[in-house]
Structures are given as structure tokens and as C-alpha cells.
Write a protein that binds this ligand. Structure first.
Ligand code: F6R
Length: 256
């Protein structure tokens, strides 16, 4: 079962996620991080940046990238990762990959899988969740065994991401995303969610049936998952009281 941590604020959640990353990087300065984009991980990056850790050797793999945006577009996930993760955290840009950042699109999925394998796999994968239940951009119907590939974004996701663009039509229709099978190979999954709009998808992912109709439920197949939510995002969790009780009584030596 996932360890579920219910906190009061996004800042507190970012602190808990940053603790997990800090512990990992202190053990292994060349750790491999899986990087999500969007609003959810921002408090994690802020908390991490404030710790002034040396992250210059850390390697990174973004979860996904839009297909069809011109190179250098400010909303391409390459640009977002550079602006919000690489620069503030002091990562080496040469050690951070984004799907389809080199070579032809047709082979980009296989190339990305090979690059992750060659790096020794992802140690800690930061995840957000979409209202459709997607993790990465694995929209409903995605196979639990799926690997990095091209997907079509749902209209809901395009609408949700319109806030980053000038109009809904500008949000790309296609993306390339790590698959659920790729994500499940990471050694530790850290899923964050904030706000009431995420409550239903989050509860489905943590407590609902395993179903490709709610791709986030794939996390239940993973042996090491930490879910960090604010009260609003956790409001549909049936076992919320137990999660609070378990977290408040965790043993000192238990790692996140
Ligand atoms: C982003 C990603 C998506 C987002 C999800 C939530 O790289 O893979 O799964 O995590 O769409 O987006 P936000 O955080 O903007 O609510």
C-alpha cells in the first residue's frame, strides 16, 4: 500500500518530497530523478532549492513532452524543466533528458527507454496526477505495461493546461510520455496532489480498483509509493484517518 501523507499546505508537501530527494542524493550524488512538470511539483523544487544541495551530478529524466511545439517554445517541457528545475536547482543540463529531445520522433520512445536503462533506472520519480487520473500523460485506457510512446491528450487535459497557453487551440493535441510500465520501474514513486479538483482522481489512484480507466491506480502495483496531498486533494480518501494515524506514529528510523 502507498504511504499517504496528508499535510496542510503545498509548501509542507514540498518539504516532505524534498526530504526524500535530499536523503537519496546524500546517499548517491549521481542519483537519477524522474521529473514531472506542471504546477504540482513547484513547491518541491522551491523547498529543494532552499537547501543549497550540490545537485550537479544528479541525472534527470522528464516524464513527458508535448509534440508539435517549435523548439524553444516557452511551454515545451524542455523549456519548463530548464526554467523551473535545472536552473534553480543547479543541475547539469547535459545530464537532464526530455523525451524526443534528439533523433526522429518515430524511434524517440525506444531511445528514451534505452537512455533510462543505460542510466541504471530512475531512483525517485516525482508524479502529479491529472483530473482524468493520468500520471505522466497516460490518459485513460493506457496499458499498465506501456512504455514511452506518443499519446493523444484528452480534451479535459488540454483544457486543464490551457492556463499555460493563450488559447485552448494552442495546447498541443499530442505528447510523448513515459508509459505506466516505465513509471512502475522507478524505485520510488512520490505522487503529489493539491486542491479539491484532484480529490476524485487521487482517491481512485490510491484506493480505487486497479483499472486502465484510471491510469494512476497503477501505483498500487508498486512496492514503494509515497503519496503527499493537502487536505482538499485527500478529501475523498476513505482511509484518511488511518493514513494520518500511521504517519503521526511512524517509527523514527522509517524512511520516507
Ligand atoms: C506533467 C505530467 C502530468 C501532470 C498532471 C498534473 O509532466 O506528467 O501528469 O503531473 O497533468 O498537472 P498539474 O500539476 O499542472 O496539475
Amino acid at each position: 500500500m502507498a504511504e499517504v501523507v496528508i499535510v496542510r499546505s503545498m509548501a509542507a508537501a514540498g518539504g516532505v518530497a524534498a526530504d526524500a530527494i535530499e536523503q537519496l542524493v546524500r546517499r548517491n550524488p549521481r542519483a537519477v530523478l524522474g521529473l514531472a512538470t506542471g504546477s504540482t511539483p513547484l513547491s518541491t523544487w522551491t523547498a529543494l532549492a532552499a537547501r543549497n544541495l550540490d545537485l550537479a551530478q544528479v541525472r534527470g529524466f522528464a516524464l513527458d513532452e508535448y509534440v508539435g511545439l517549435p523548439a524553444g517554445h516557452p511551454q515545451s517541457y524542455r523549456s519548463v524543466i530548464t526554467r523551473e528545475v535545472v536552473e534553480p536547482l543547479g543541475l547539469n543540463p547535459e545530464l537532464v533528458r526530455v523525451p524526443a529531445d534528439s533523433g526522429p520522433l518515430e524511434t524517440a520512445g525506444d531511445d528514451y527507454e534505452s537512455a533510462i536503462t543505460d542510466a541504471g533506472g530512475v531512483d525517485l520519480q516525482i508524479l502529479g496526477i491529472g483530473r482524468t487520473g493520468h500520471i505522466g500523460f497516460n490518459e485513460p485506457g493506457s496499458s499498465f505495461a506501456s512504455l514511452t510512446r506518443i499519446k493523444t491528450l484528452t480534451q479535459q487535459t488540454r483544457l486543464d493546461n490551457t492556463r499555460f497557453f493563450d488559447s485552448p487551440e494552442q495546447v498541443p493535441m499530442h505528447c510523448i510520455t513515459q508509459g505506466l510500465g516505465t513509471i512502475l520501474r522507478a524505485r520510488h514513486l512520490v505522487l503529489l496532489a493539491f486542491g479539491a479538483a484532484k480529490a476524485r482522481a487521487l482517491a481512485g489512484a490510491v484506493e480505487g480498483p486497479l483499472t486502465a480507466s484510471l491510469p494512476g491506480s497503477a501505483i498500487q502495483l508498486h512496492p514503494r509509493v509515497t503519496v503527499i496531498v493537502d487536505e482538499a486533494a485527500g478529501s475523498d480518501l476513505v482511509h484518511a484517518d488511518y493514513y494520518r494515524y500511521a504517519w503521526n506514529n511512524r517509527l523514527e528510523w522509517e524512511r520516507i
